[in-house]
Design a protein around this ligand. Sequence first.
Ligand code: SAJ
Length: 442
Amino acid sequence: MLLGELQSKIEHRQAVVGVVGLGYVGLPVAAMFAQAGFRVIGLEIKSDRVAAINAGHNPIEGNEPGLAELLAGVTREGRLHATTEYAELAQADVILIDVETPVDEKHQPQYVALKAACRSVGAVTKPGALVIVESTIAPGTIERVARPLLEESRGLKVNVDFYLGACPERVMPGKLLSNLSRLSRVCGGTTPETAQTMAALYRTIVQGDLDVADCVTAELVKTAENAYRDVNIAFANELALACEATGGDFLRVRELVNKSPGRNVLLAGAGVGGHCIPKDSWLLAHGVNGRFPVRLLAAAREVNDLMPHHVASLAAQALHAIGGQLAGAHVAVLGYAYLEDSDDTRNSPSADLVRYLQAEGAIVAIHDPWVQEYEGDVCQRVHGCDVAIVMVAHQVYKDLDLAALKAALRQPVLVDGRRVYTAEQAKRAGLMYHAVGLADVK
Ligand code: SAJ
C-alpha cells in the first residue's frame, strides 16, 4: 500500500490502528483513536491487563479524568480490542509502539521492551504499514535500533515494505487525555511523505500543532525539552545552595532575579523525580554517542540527585544544633510522591532521602496522603519524632497547623524541602526552621 492510499484510509477512518503497550501512554492513545472512529487493536503482554481492558475496566491507577468512561465506551462498542497475540497486528495499517524506555543505574537506555516490540512487529506487519515509535528514545534510536529490527525479522525494507517514524508522547500522569489532545506533537518520518501521513493520523485526535520533521529531530526535541527543564531546575538548586552559603534567601533572590527581563529561575527543592525528567537527559546524552563530552547535562543530573542528600544534611545540622544527631533519631518524612498532589512515586526523591537517613542510623516514619501505604493523620505519624522533613508540597501540608505539628514532635525541628512554610510561621509555632535555600535561622 502506498502512503497516499494509507493517508486516504486514515482520513476515511478505514485504517486499522495497532498500539503496542497498553500502559499509561498506550492505553489512552488506543482509546482516543478508537473514539476518533478507528478500529484499534491493543497489544499487551500482560494477560490480566488485556482481560481488564476488554471488560471495559481502566487498569491505570491514579485520577485520570475521562479515561475510565472513554475506555468503557470504546470497548463496549467493540472499537478497541486488546490482545496478547502479535499475530492480530497483521491487520493493522498503522502500528504505534508505546513501551517503556527506562535508563539503568549506569544511565544507559534499557531498550529490552522496545527491541522485543520491534522484532515482533517486524514479524507480522502488513505490506505498506506505518510503524510509529511514541516512546521517548535517544536521538538516533530509530535509525540504529528500530529500523534494523523491524527489517530483519522478514528481510523487510523501510520505505518499501513498511514506513517508519517517531512521534514522542508528551503525557503527564493526571492529565493523560488532556495532554494527548491539547499538546503539540513532532511527527518525525523517515521520509517527508511519511511525516505528512503521520500528521494526517494525529490530526484525528490532536488539537495542538503537528510539526513535521525527520526522526532524529523528533527524538532530539522530546529529550531536549525535558533535559532543558532538568538543567533549569539544577540551576535553581545550585542557586539555593549559594544562598544558604552566603546568607541569602533563595525565594527572595529568585523573585528579584525574575524581575530581570528574560529570566525565569525555577523552584529549588528537595530533588527531581518522576518518569521523564530524570531520564531524558541521559537519553539525550546517549544519543551524542561519545562524540562530544556531555558535561552540562551530567552535571545538572548530579546537582539534582544530590538534593535529597542535602536535605538529610539540613536535618543533621538541625539536630546537631540541639545536641542531637541522625543516628538513633526518629525522623518523619512528609511526602513520598515525586510531585505535589500526585500519587506517583516513580524516582521519588523521598526514597533517596529515606535511604540516606537510614544509612545514618535514623528511624524513619513516612507520611503521604496520596500514597496508600503512608496515608493517615500527619500529626499521628509525626508523634514522638525529633524532626519533621517536608519533601513534597502537597496541599495537606500547606494547610497543616504548625502548632499541632510542634505539639506532636518530641523535638520542635522542621526541615522544609519545598519552602511550603516561612521562617516566621515556623517561629510563631515555636519550631526551629531549616529550609532549602535559606541560610540557617540563628
Ligand atoms: N521540580 C523542581 N523544581 C521545579 C519544577 C519541578 O524541583 O521548578 C521537581 C518536581 O518536584 C518533580 C520533578 O522536578 O520532582 C519533575 O517535576 P515536573 O513539574 O517537571 O513534572 P513531570 O516530571 O511530570 O514533567 C512533566 C513533563 N511533561 C512531559 O514529559 C510531557 C515536563 O516536560 C513538563 O515540563 C512538566 O510535566 C510540566 O511542565 O508540568
